[in-house]
Design a protein around this ligand. Structure first.
Ligand code: GLA
Length: 676
């Protein structure tokens, strides 16, 4: 990434470029307009397999040679993709065994994209051949700056080949010991015991219910199978040249790939994000996604795709109103992105995404979107000094795929409508709205650098995480924990002898029953200071051991029992919330907890629709302030005077932000360098 930064000498700005959709005559105009817009990086060839290899083993590189040369002559670097996300028809029809079979047993045929079984040796062999041919031809091309492996890895297959691969994966996981698998999957239940490995198969769509441990292992396997595809193409391009970043593009809260494990295999992290412009509040989930991307490798990351305006995936695809695209772009940068990239450069005339917005819309340079893209491209160099800068947070929020899969892969929980990313987002929202910086951590992360950890929806927890968490709190850390955490082990088996299993010591209480609410049922909760709030969805019958109650149910069957408790643990403290608090109460509870832990917000007393984030390097700090309201002006007190890099205007003790405005306030660094 440092190499890419040095080469581009500024934020990467550009998008997916699909010249294979256009006549040669258009390419010169493309490059000229890219230059005009300030584009310095394009992603080429993502879905170009059929144009590059029209028949098996016959390559047509002439057009790509020409495009690479044109871009290079225009001073535009290339993020070259392997085209393996969209196999050509000759592969799908010539070798139908490469097609995935979906969970319902139906084959996902040609005519879309991602129509491949990641475990298919034939698919992998053909993917390796086109990847090798591209690497051989373009590794030395002066335009090449980065390798983009495939695109948005995602399909899961239920083919016989996938079943065999699943068995091999299980044999490795359980040390070739079928008894260990039987124990892990609790196959004594419903007579599911296996007596030979060839009886073990992926969990198909259940007619009624299915084994939760088997589903969980299949999720893990599927993520690993996709990752193997990435690794095999990565290793091919690296074998030709190992000084360029190699990565693939992640998707927002994507359930089928454990991005912590993936990120470790990549040189940098890249994200595609498409918040629905028709929904008011997607900015909180976007911010959490951005913090997750930064945290996956503890580095600046690449905003690889966003929409310049509308997308094509919703029932109604609203446009981004004026100023929203710019604001969203700065939001990503504020949370650590070193780029602003789009899907795509020029709007397609046909195909499914013909109305998906583009940097260059159908209506050309007269369009509002073009003007906003061009203006942003011209503006980004003003903040070039922030490129590569890092950030520090004293708060971490857990987002772990095993926790997600444990909560959502199988029926049979006290309630079966949990939304793991939604729960984590609900607990992150107060931090964002309260202007606190947060990192994201997994079960395997080092927690020792944080003061507060927020854990929500971690019904499944690993033993290693529990041990790390206990050390963290014992050493003085603060844990804020939601209901229904710590209950099962990594095999989806209930930890004994009492709920909440692994967290009993931490929360200083046991729970004898989980009480999901009936539809529409609410219950009053009264806090020690006399305030009350109305909760719903979930209750727990909590029995404090070392904990003390800070809020009690004041109505309903659990009236008089604790709803929120606090427990001293070593030198630290745990706040356990046993019910679903309404947003305002959760907001107050989270913020009181972080303030009690001695953590300060980035700015004090700013309105909640203003977002604050800070990046820094050895010379300076950059305070990003973003006004997400499209009607209200905000006055924000800033902690130190500086200069707004976007306007060049000196900032004293406060800044005024118009609706949708952004300020990037640079202050000279006084203290320790930020970690990058
Ligand atoms: C994804 C894909 C792109 C495009 C966009 C917009 O992120 O990677 O090819 O389809 O979505 O829908």
């Amino acid at each position: 990434m440092a190499g890419l930064r040095a080469r581009l000498r500024g934020f990467a700005f550009g998008g997916d470029y699909n010249p294979e959709q256009w006549d040669r005559a258009v390419w010169d105009e493309d490059v000229a307009l890219m230059r005009r817009a300030g584009v310095n990086l394009v992603t080429l060839g993502v879905f170009a397999w059929a144009s590059l290899e029209p028949e098996p083993g016959r390559f047509e590189f002439g057009w790509l040679d020409e495009v690479m040369d044109l871009l290079h002559a225009g001073g535009i670097a290339v993020d070259l993709a392997t085209p393996t996300a969209a196999p050509p028809v000759w592969l799908s029809h010539g070798h139908p065994e490469v097609l995935p079979v979906m969970e319902d047993g139906k084959t996902f045929g040609f005519g879309n994209r991602l129509h491949y079984d990641p475990t298919s040796p034939r698919y992998r062999q053909h993917a390796a051949r086109i990847t090798t041919a591209l690497a051989e031809r373009y590794s030395g091309h002066p335009a090449l700056a980065m390798w983009h492996i495939s695109n948005e890895y995602g399909p899961i297959a239920y083919t016989p080949g996938a079943a065999a691969a699943f068995r091999d994966w299980l044999r490795r996981r359980y040390g070739d010991d079928l008894d260990a698998l039987n124990d892990a999957w609790y196959t004594r239940f419903w007579s599911q015991r296996y007596t030979s490995w060839d009886q073990v198969a992926p969990p198909e769509l259940p007619r009624s219910w299915s084994n939760p441990a088997r589903r969980l292992d299949f999720q893990r396997f599927a993520s690993d199978a996709l990752r193997e595809c990435f690794i095999s193409e990565r290793d091919i391009v690296r074998s030709y040249r190992d000084d360029l970043p190699v990565l693939t593009n992640f998707m927002r809260f994507y359930r089928h790939a454990d991005y912590w494990r993936w990120a470790a295999e990549q040189d940098a992290v890249a994200l595609d994000i498409y918040p629905d412009p028709g929904r008011d509040d997607s900015r909180v989930a976007a911010a959490l996604n951005f913090d997750l991307m930064r945290s996956l490798r503890g580095q600046p990351w690449i905003l690889m795709e966003q929409a310049a305006s509308a997308v094509s995936q919703w029932r109604v695809n609203n446009v981004k109103p004026p100023g929203r695209m710019r604001l969203g772009s700065y939001q990503a940068i504020a949370h650590g992105a070193d780029s602003v990239m789009y899907f795509q450069w020029r709007a397609s005339r046909g195909g499914h995404e013909r109305f998906h917005s583009a940097m260059l819309p159908h209506s050309g340079t007269g369009a509002r979107t073009w003007r906003e893209v061009e203006a942003l491209g011209a503006e980004l160099p003003r903040i070039a000094e922030a490129l590569g800068s890092g950030s520090r947070a004293e708060i971490a929020v857990l987002f772990d795929w095993d926790a997600w899969w444990g909560l959502e892969t199988a029926y049979g929980l006290p309630r079966n409508d949990f939304d793991y990313p939604g729960m984590v987002t609900d607990h992150y929202r107060p931090l964002l709205e309260g202007h606190f910086a947060a990192d994201v951590v997994s079960f395997d992360s080092d927690l020792s650098r944080y003061r507060v950890l927020v854990v929500a929806g971690a019904h499944l927890v690993s033993d290693g995480f529990v041990a790390r968490l206990e050390r963290f709190v014992a050493a003085g850390g603060t844990l804020l924990c939601s209901y229904f955490c710590g209950v099962v082990d990594p095999h989806n088996q209930v930890r004994q002898p009492a709920y909440p299993g692994a967290f009993r010591g931490l929360i200083g209480a046991y729970i004898d029953e989980y009480w999901p609410a009936r539809d529409g049922e609410t219950f009053e909760v009264r806090f020690a200071d006399g305030t009350t709030s109305v909760c719903d969805w979930w209750q727990e019958s909590i029995h404090p051991e070392s904990a003390r109650a800070v809020a009690w149910y004041a109505s309903g069957s659990l009236s008089g029992r604790p709803a929120v408790i606090q427990n001293p643990f070593g030198s630290g403290r745990v706040v356990y919330v046993g019910t679903r608090l309404p947003p305002a109460t959760l907001h107050d509870t989270v913020l009181a907890t972080v303030r009690d832990a001695g953590v300060a917000p980035l700015v004090e007393a700013a309105p909640d629709f203003v977002e604050a984030a800070r990046r820094g390097n050895e010379h300076a700090e950059f305070l990003f302030l973003l006004n997400h309201s499209d009607t209200r002006t905000a006055r924000v007190a800033v902690p130190a005077p500086g200069v707004d890099l976007l306007t060049g205007v000196a900032v004293g003790d406060h800044v005024s932000l118009d609706p949708l405005a952004v300020a990037v306030i640079r202050t000279e660094r006084q203290r320790q360098p930020a970690a990058t």
